[in-house]
Design a protein around this ligand. Structure first.
Ligand code: SAH
Length: 217
């Protein structure tokens, strides 16, 4: 029995409320809602914060980084899917591995890269705990993507870039979608769709992410 089940953290009621709140916030994709309802978010944060894991907020995960709030995770996953099952997906910024776990339920294969080694070690543990067998994580600077493993049907970046990363666009398959925050002061979500004719860019709502940083740590 999980150490948290005694205080209702894993209860069906908590999960149902969590999903209903996401629905109320405008998330419509049932596949995303199902994935978010099935993943125990509390195992991705430190025990001291576990009671807040299903709240509508971001939380610290150490090393000056944060796990994104649930609505942002759901929204980005919904945008990435665009209503379709995903094949191969690349995530930049594994963090604690929560977004990675959600992706593992909506894509066939997930590759995730993180620049901070000890965070990656933690994420590996979390992903093992939920038995996400279709995920590979790698200690790397994700701004160059993973050229040898592309092209990808979806690319998601969970740290804010100052410009549209060219290297990543070149690894996006035709028909693929890329979702990421862009901007320094004010940040916005950006969706790029790779059609047969063009890379169509749509700028969406304001968001708040940690910055994309160069090099390994
Ligand atoms: N999806 C994560 C969010 C973590 S915050 C989660 O759910 O926990 C963003 C992450 O991006 C941080 O862990 C940060 O270290 C990482 N990051 C920033 N720049 C990066 C880069 N160039 N390559 C890989 N990871 C990067």
């Amino acid at each position: 029995m999980s150490k948290l089940s005694g205080i209702g953290m894993t209860s069906q009621r908590t999960r149902t409320r969590f999903v209903e709140r996401l629905r109320g916030q405008g998330i419509k994709d049932e596949v995303v809602l199902e994935a978010m309802g099935s993943i125990p978010r509390h195992i991705f944060v430190d025990e001291a914060l576990a009671s807040r894991a299903y709240d509508d907020c971001s939380l610290p995960i150490g090393f000056n980084q944060t796990i994104s709030n649930p609505h942002t995770v759901a929204r980005m996953t919904e945008l990435l899917r665009g209503g379709k099952m995903l094949g191969k997906v690349l995530e930049i910024g594994t963090g604690c591995g929560y977004q990675t776990a959600v992706l593992s339920r909506v894509a066939q294969e997930v590759y995730s890269v993180e620049r901070i080694a000890p965070l990656l070690t933690k994420a590996r543990g979390h992903l093992r705990e939920i038995r996400a067998a279709n995920v590979r994580v790698k200690h790397a600077d994700g701004s160059m993507g993973l050229a040898d493993l592309g092209p990808f049907d979806g690319i998601i970046m969970t740290a804010a870039a100052t410009h549209v990363p060219e290297a990543l666009l070149s690894q996006l398959a035709e028909g693929g979608r890329m979702v990421f925050p862009i901007g320094t002061g004010e940040q916005r979500l950006c969706l790029v769709e790779h059609t047969a004719q063009e890379y169509r860019q749509t700028t969406l709502e304001a968001v708040k992410f940690v910055p994309l940083l160069p090099g390994l740590a």
